[in-house]
Design a protein around this ligand. Structure first.
Ligand code: B12
Length: 211
């Protein structure tokens, strides 16, 4: 079997074609999809972030790496998604207002779907009003928010306040995540759950629902 470092390096170098081919080959060889994500793809994105931080990479490189990551994830996502089971809950999921990062959110969507939840994916740059509307009009019983920027984290608090103001806070559980988010922040803003990983999002949702 090929050396899976090829997948890591393809994402790091923003080579979507190789990332896709390496993922296809690995899956065909029977490698666990989550192993690819956790051991090769996420570390590559972490290294991209590190390089960006020390000005070795700039936004164009970030974009190319994100594109390569997405190409590989597109092959993996269907494999993480459950089939046929009755949904355990309906989740309104989105990246908060002002924030365009969606790779982590998409992974969370796949894991929640795999965990038996119906996911209403609101996309990126989601306003508090849009989250409220998803609860009122689409009957979501979990709101899941993602933020990758310290400057957009406060929108999570604003969204929780908007849920309160529109009288639906008691009807929903709120879970949050994203690289800068911590359990401490979740407690501070009154969220019901937090996880630092996509796999943990399922546990956080379950815990919040039964609390
Ligand atoms: C790729 C990337 C981009 C891409 C995003 C492409 C896309 N479609 O998503 C682009 C190029 C667009 C981008 C833009 C910017 N970015 Co950027 N980006 C990144 C990078 C390198 C990787 C993010 C990523 O995808 N990680 C992989 C995923 C899988 O991990 P994740 O998102 O953390 O998600 C996991 C967990 O957090 C968790 N999770 C996530 N969401 C949720 C939700 C719930 C409910 C739960 C339970 C769990 C959970 O589960 C996921 C899987 O385990 C990070 C660096 C880093 N290491 O995080 C910088 C980073 C986030 N970006 C940064 C910055 C500064 C920017 C820009 C402002 C740059 C600029 N000058 O323009 C813009 C902002 C644009 C905007 N308005 O959003 C900074 C943020 C600094 C800060 N502290 O605020 C970082 C940290 C880079 C750095 N080290 O400086 N970026």
């Amino acid at each position: 079997m090929q050396d899976l470092k090829i997948l890591h390096d393809a994402i790091l170098n923003g080579d979507a074609k190789t990332a896709k081919a390496a993922t296809e080959q690995a899956l065909a060889a029977g490698v666990e999809p989550m192993k690819l994500v956790q051991e090769y793809m996420m570390p590559a994105m972490d290294e991209v972030g590190r390089r960006f931080e020390c000005s070795e990479y700039f936004v164009p490189e970030l974009l190319l790496s994100a594109r390569a990551m997405k190409a590989a994830l597109a092959l993996i996502r269907p494999l993480l998604t459950a089939t046929g089971a009755q949904p355990t809950g309906r989740v309104a999921l989105g990246t908060v207002k002002g924030d365009l990062h969606d790779i982590g959110k998409n992974l969370v969507a796949a894991m929640l779907e795999g965990g038996g939840y119906e996911v209403i994916d609101l996309g990126v740059n989601v306003t508090p009003e849009q989250f409220v509307a998803a609860v009122k009009e689409k009957g979501a019983n979990i709101v899941a928010m993602s933020a990758l920027l310290t400057t957009t984290m406060p929108s999570m608090k604003t969204t929780i306040e908007a849920l309160k103001q529109s009288g639906v806070r008691e009807k929903v559980k709120v879970i949050i995540g994203g690289a800068p988010i911590t359990q401490k922040y979740a407690d501070e803003i009154g969220a019901d759950g937090f996880s630092e990983s996509a796999a943990g999002a399922v546990t956080a949702a379950k815990k919040a629902m039964t609390a």
